[in-house]
Design a protein around this ligand. Structure first.
Ligand SMILES: Nc1nc2c(ncn2[C@@H]2O[C@H](COP(=O)(O)OP(=O)(O)OP(=O)(O)O)[C@@H](O)[C@H]2O)c(=O)[nH]1
Ligand SMILES: [Mg+2]
Length: 205
């Protein structure tokens, strides 16, 4: 790294949810600020995005998984090592909301250290006339499980940048805490090892 270059933190982020909830559309909106018909994902699609937040460079590795049931059994291969997840449901479908809750259980089985940043994302907020999942219910669930929560529309762009930025910001906060904790434990280790007055091992008589 050159002296004038800032370090870049790299984070793996995975999108999970039923088929057709709009995972790929959210990624397309976020990365290209575009919305168009796209084919259903097979397996997993991979994207990268650089962002600058709070004066820090960040690099997202985005793994957009396939929601179709036949790919379910391989999904854990994609979210292994992920630092963040978007659990996406469609606000016009209760079933996709229930499915997002199951995804959370699944994630918790694999993410042992509890350090993953997880956001519950209610997509297709533009279809409010056909809403089946209330904001209150989703928010209550997110609060209970300590998840970030946001409603988005990949179609209009509403809330899309915000959800990725909220995740990035939480990741940076966790990183900072980790660095501070490491610093504190280094200091206390030094204190334990430096002999204090009166406890010298080799005092001259
Ligand atoms: N009205 C509306 N339609 C959307 C929105 N997001 C996605 N769609 C539509 O929903 C359908 C599914 O979108 P995708 O992005 O392919 O969904 P997916 O979750 O990636 O689906 P899989 O790849 O099969 O898992 C498409 O017809 C999109 O145009 C949205 O915010 N509003
Ligand atoms: Mg897709």
């Amino acid at each position: 790294m050159l002296p004038h270059e800032e370090s870049t933190d790299s984070f793996k982020l995975v999108l999970l949810g039923s088929t057709d909830v709009g995972k790929s559309s959210l990624v397309l909106r976020y990365i290209r600020d575009d919305f168009r018909e796209i084919v259903s994902t097979t397996g997993c699609a991979f994207f990268t995005q650089r962002i600058n937040l709070q004066g820090k460079n960040l690099h997202f590795e985005i793994w957009d998984t396939a929601g179709q049931e036949r790919y379910h059994s391989v999904c854990h291969l994609y979210y292994r090592g992920a630092r963040a997840a978007l659990l996406v449901y469609d606000i016009t479908s209760k079933e996709t909301f229930s499915r997002a809750q199951l995804w959370l259980q699944e994630l918790q089985k694999y993410v042992l250290n509890g350090k993953m940043v997880i956001a519950l994302v209610g997509n297709k907020s533009d279809l409010h006339d056909n809403r089946k999942v209330s904001t209150e219910d989703a928010l209550a669930f997110a609060e209970q499980k300590q998840l970030l929560f946001m409603e988005t529309s990949a179609k209009t762009g509403s809330g899309v940048n915000e959800v990725f930025e909220a995740v990035a910001s939480k990741l940076l906060t966790l990183e900072k805490q980790k660095e501070e904790n490491q610093h504190i434990s280094r200091i206390s280790l030094q204190e334990t090892h430096s002999p204090s007055e009166g406890h010298r091992c080799c005092t001259s008589l």
